[in-house]
Design a protein around this ligand. Structure first.
Ligand code: HEM
Length: 410
């Protein structure tokens, strides 16, 4: 039986779920020639893969090795060298150490204390969003970079620069810059150098004047008091937080809003029962989560659901499919903002599970809650387009209109 397995066609970008349902049913551990990788589409297989030591998170080393044998530019080598320090692309023991040192800074009370600030930022962005326009460029895109800049204790005046650096990072990391141009590594390297200088300056400032911010917290020793992040590692951590926390959260807010607009009964239900906001966000992360595919490299022989998988191959963990698996979620293609329990894996699982999940949830809840509350009559003002990206479920724009200004004038 021939199975359509190309997740990068226009049609699959617009709606990957039919292709994924067929793979889940007929060939859940599927070798794809189109992607030159195994596609894992069932919930149980994807969940188990997060614990499988034969599957490495080091996605950068194989790229660096491949480049060594080609005529790759010095700029691309340097960019990959920088990315290779990120904990998300490292296995234990390097990952274990970095995660432990960063973990202390993500303590629950520190994040929950940001709620008021985030509400203020969302309201400020919504104040400038009159009548009609792109909700992504107005709210979903600027918010997360500003939140990360605030969280790291950057002065207000510098916050716009975080967005530019995040864009440069997205151009090179994990293929999220779908339409990247040939000079992308040079451009990214320029951006990364500027960012590197900036964070070093901020670190020096915080050493002199410690603050309440997360950068100051990340500079501390671990709880045993015998290890701390070196300056290079701190800079890498700041860059990773910006990269990992920006586009994902933008997409979380935008995808959630679009899904509600496409399911007006659920939007009405949320308006009538605002207490459903927290389960609604979980359901929206399951239904239209920001990350479609995570990548792993095979480093030892392994078997997944009876298929032999060999070292050197790539495995794609298709989160967008696992989260629609009927063995785990009743009526999985139905959006039900009251769904409970909801064991979705939009934030991954295991040792690399998203360290920013609490912050991401809070940002999405606040943004969505304020959008629903403050923009009466919200509706689509055009057909939104999905970007052609394997890694992320990402809209190019979200054109909407609303009656907020008019309501105030009456
Ligand atoms: C809705 C928004 C978000 C989603 C869906 C998301 C999803 C994920 C997923 C699936 C992973 C696992 C990656 C893997 O296993 O290879 C991950 C890791 C990570 N995320 Fe998030 N994320 C979001 C927001 C954030 C935010 C706001 C931050 C921080 C400011 C953040 C920081 C990180 C970091 C640092 C890692 C790496 C953790 C590690 O390697 O141990 N994420 N995220």
């Amino acid at each position: 039986m021939h199975l359509d397995d190309d997740l990068l066609t226009r049609r699959a970008s617009a709606d990957p779920y039919a292709v994924l349902a067929a793979l889940r049913e007929h060939d859940p551990v599927h070798w794809s020639d189109a992607h030159r990788a195994w596609l894992l589409t069932r919930y149980d297989d994807v969940s188990a893969a997060f614990q499988n030591k034969a599957l490495s998170s080091d996605r950068v080393r194989p790229l660096r090795e491949a480049r060594r044998s080609s005529d790759a530019t010095a700029a691309s080598d340097r960019v990959l060298e920088l990315l290779s320090g990120w904990m998300v692309v490292n296995d234990p023991p390097v990952h274990t150490r970095l995660r432990k040192l960063a973990g202390g800074a993500f303590k629950a009370q520190r994040i929950s204390a940001m709620g008021e600030q985030i509400t203020g930022l969302v309201d400020g962005l919504l104040d400038g969003f009159a009548g009609t326009g792109d909700l992504i460029s107005a709210v979903a895109y600027p918010l997360p970079a500003t939140v990360i800049a605030t969280m790291l204790g950057a002065p207000v005046a510098d916050r716009d620069r975080f967005r530019d650096w995040s864009d440069e990072l997205a151009l090179v990391a994990f293929g999220t810059g779908g339409t990247a141009r040939a000079d992308r590594h040079e451009r990214a390297l320029r951006g990364l150098r500027e960012m590197d200088d900036y964070f070093r300056g901020l670190i020096a400032l915080r050493r002199r004047e410690p603050g309440e911010d997360m950068l100051t917290a990340m500079m501390a020793t671990d709880e045993d008091g015998d290890d701390r992040l070196a300056d290079d590692e701190l800079v890498a951590m700041c860059a990773l937080l910006l990269f990992a926390g920006h586009e994902t959260t933008t997409n979380s807010i935008a995808n959630a809003t679009l899904a509600l607009l496409r399911h007006p009964d659920q939007l009405d239900r949320l308006r009538a029962e605002p207490d459903l906001l927290a389960p609604a966000v979980e359901e929206l992360l399951r239904f239209e989560g920001p990350i479609k595919v995570l990548n792993r490299w095979v480093v030892a022989d392994t078997e997944i659901a009876g298929r032999a998988i060999s070292p050197g191959q790539r495995v794609h963990l298709v989160l967008a499919s696992a989260n629609r698996d009927a063995t785990r979620f009743a009526d999985p293609d139905r959006l039900d903002i009251g769904r409970t329990p909801n064991p979705h894996i939009a934030f991954g699982k295991g040792i690399h599970a998203c360290i920013g999940a609490q912050l991401a949830r809070m940002e999405t809840r606040i943004a969505l809650g304020r959008i629903v509350e403050r923009l009466p009559g919200l509706r689509l003002a055009g057909e939104p387009e999905w970007k052609d990206s394997l890694a992320s479920r990402s809209l190019a724009a979200l054109p909407v209109e609303h009656r907020a200004g008019q309501a105030a004038a009456v």
